[in-house]
Design a protein around this ligand. Structure first.
Ligand code: KIV
Ligand code: ZN
Length: 512
């Protein structure tokens, strides 16, 4: 039987480290449920010791997820490890992932520890963790740039202490496929007890080679776990992207010869959910999940595909969950049909009240838009106002005026702690006027570092999805809003970003 390749998803931990991508507990739980539907083997749910919010997110994911292993990251110290174990208490299958940097640069400049101290700390941490949970993963941070002899000593020691998975991160995305693959191979050959652990790869995408490096780690190095994120989300240029890894291994099974547990038909819905939750838009030409990934524009290609699909297509769009722009519901659809569709899309709302709120939003949308697509429904449930969490700011209504030669003007009504307020402003355009109207009341002083509009389902009839990224006092947040009217969508996105800025729960940076 072919070897199994373990898919370890770290969207909710390493992906979330991307500036502005931080998610609430409920958003993380929703994504974790979707990852379970996708059948990922391990979900890294967060870094429990970093903040109360992250602790609660790991805890609620651990209490909910049944089919995937739930993992928490922890630095190599007793407090972090105890917090991780506590948060994971309710999990059917739990894993602690502990790490410490091993490269000379990180040990000297960041940790200010000698190699011998790092070795000792790594051993003690794995020993401590092993007393709490059996499934222990160890990562030597910046492993790829570490001295090979020293790394061998550390990894042999932590395996002897009971680490069951050894993950070798290319933390800064410096690796090259053959070199990284051979590095893993040599480590496995040189470490006498290497066969007692599963070997894992964790590659960042700074040189655009995270997927290639990970696959080399598997094929040349013999690793059997890949760490990745949905849409390649992550700090800087991101992490290895799950959808690319999965479809490479499935499509080229003739070469890789590996088994995967993943149910690929949930890939597109998961990609959408992550993008809509974090506000990180997927580029149209992104492999597998980009809007153009299966579009054939050139006449020659179209002709070929019509005659025989495999002339130009190596994968089938429907196998990864592209549902050919299905019209799913309309104005006359009832609550049960809506609820069923939510279930089919993997969306589980917390309570009947949440379903009722989402359903009335759906009815409002159906009044304005004749065809409702899956994407509309996903956008609708990502909207802050569907979750019952009381946000500080929420949108109520807007009127705006723009005419050639006239100064655009907007008047907006929104709620601040449940109380309606009204504000107005002029601006360069209707969007600018609306956001200035909000800002003139709130006076957040935040700087806008990104504004992007995306049509959710293609045509001008579609809903606009807006991402607003705000920066204030060193914090960066993304707000997302959707509406058939892009001025309204922009205002919602701005208010959503302000809500996130208000949520001051500071977290300890994992690798800081
Ligand atoms: O990139 C990295 O080194 C990490 C570790 C914490 C595994 O994310
Ligand atoms: Zn990482």
């Amino acid at each position: 039987m072919a070897d199994k390749l373990i898919i370890f998803d770290t969207t909710l931990r390493d992906g979330e480290q991307s500036p502005g991508a931080s998610m609430t507990r409920d958003e993380k739980l929703r994504i974790a449920r979707q990852l379970e539907r996708l059948k990922v083997d391990v979900i890294e749910a967060g870094f429990a010791a970093s903040s109360n919010g992250d602790f609660e997110a790991v805890q609620s994911i651990a209490n909910t997820i049944k089919d995937s292993i739930v993992c928490s990251l922890s630095r190599a110290n007793d407090r972090d490890i105890s917090q991780a174990a506590l948060a994971l208490k309710g999990a059917q299958r739990a894993r602690i992932h502990t790490f410490i940097a091993t490269s000379a640069l990180h040990m000297e400049k960041k940790l200010r520890m000698s190699p011998e101290q790092v070795l000792e700390q790594a051993k003690l941490s794995v020993r401590f963790a092993k007393n709490l949970i059996d499934d222990i993963e160890f990562s030597p941070e910046d492993g790829y740039r570490s001295d090979e002899d020293f790394l061998c000593r550390v990894l042999e020691a932590v395996i002897a202490e009971g680490a069951t998975t050894i993950n070798v991160p290319d933390t800064v995305g410096y690796a090259v496929p053959e070199l990284y693959g051979n590095f893993i191979k040599r480590l496995r050959e040189r470490i006498p007890n290497s066969d007692k652990a599963v070997w894992s790869v964790h590659c960042h995408n700074d040189l655009g080679m995270a997927v290639a490096n990970s696959l080399a780690g598997v094929m040349i190095g013999g690793a059997r776990q890949i760490e990745c994120t949905i849409n390649g989300l992550g700090e800087r240029a991101g992490n290895c992207s799950l959808e690319e890894i999965v479809m490479a291994v499935k499509t080229r099974k003739d070469y890789y010869g590996l088994e995967l547990g993943i149910d690929a038909k949930h890939i597109v819905a998961t990609s959408r959910m992550v993008s809509q939750t974090t506000g990180f838009v997927v580029q149209p030409n992104k492999a597998v999940v980009g809007a153009n990934a299966f579009a054939h524009a050139s006449g020659i290609h179209q002709d070929g595909v019509l005659k025989a699909r495999d002339t130009y297509e190596i994968m089938r769009a429907e196998d990864v969950g592209w549902s050919a722009n299905k019209i799913v519901l309309g104005k006359l659809s009832g609550r049960n049909a809506f609820k069923q569709r939510l279930q089919d899309l993997g969306v589980q709302l917390e309570s009947e009240t949440d379903i009722n709120t989402a359903f009335s939003k759906f009815k409002e949308l159906a009044d304005r838009k004749s065809e409702i697509f899956d994407e509309d429904i996903l956008a609708l449930v990502s909207d802050d106002s569907v979750s019952q969490v009381q946000e500080q700011f929420s949108f109520v209504s807007l009127s705006q005026r723009s005419e050639t030669g006239e100064k655009p003007y907007a008047s907006i009504v929104f709620k601040v702690h449940g109380k309606e307020v009204k504000s107005e402003s002029e601006g360069n355009g209707p969007v600018d006027a609306s956001l200035k109207a909000i800002e003139s009341y709130v006076k957040s002083g935040a700087e806008m570092v990104l504004y992007s509009v995306n049509a959710i389902s293609g045509s001008t009839e579609s809903q606009g999805e807006v991402t607003v990224r705000l920066q204030n006092s060193g914090r960066v947040v993304n707000g997302v809003g959707s509406d058939p009217d892009i001025v309204v969508a922009s205002s919602k996105a701005y208010l959503s970003a302000l809500n996130k800025l208000q949520n001051k729960s500071d977290r300890v940076a994992a690798q800081g």
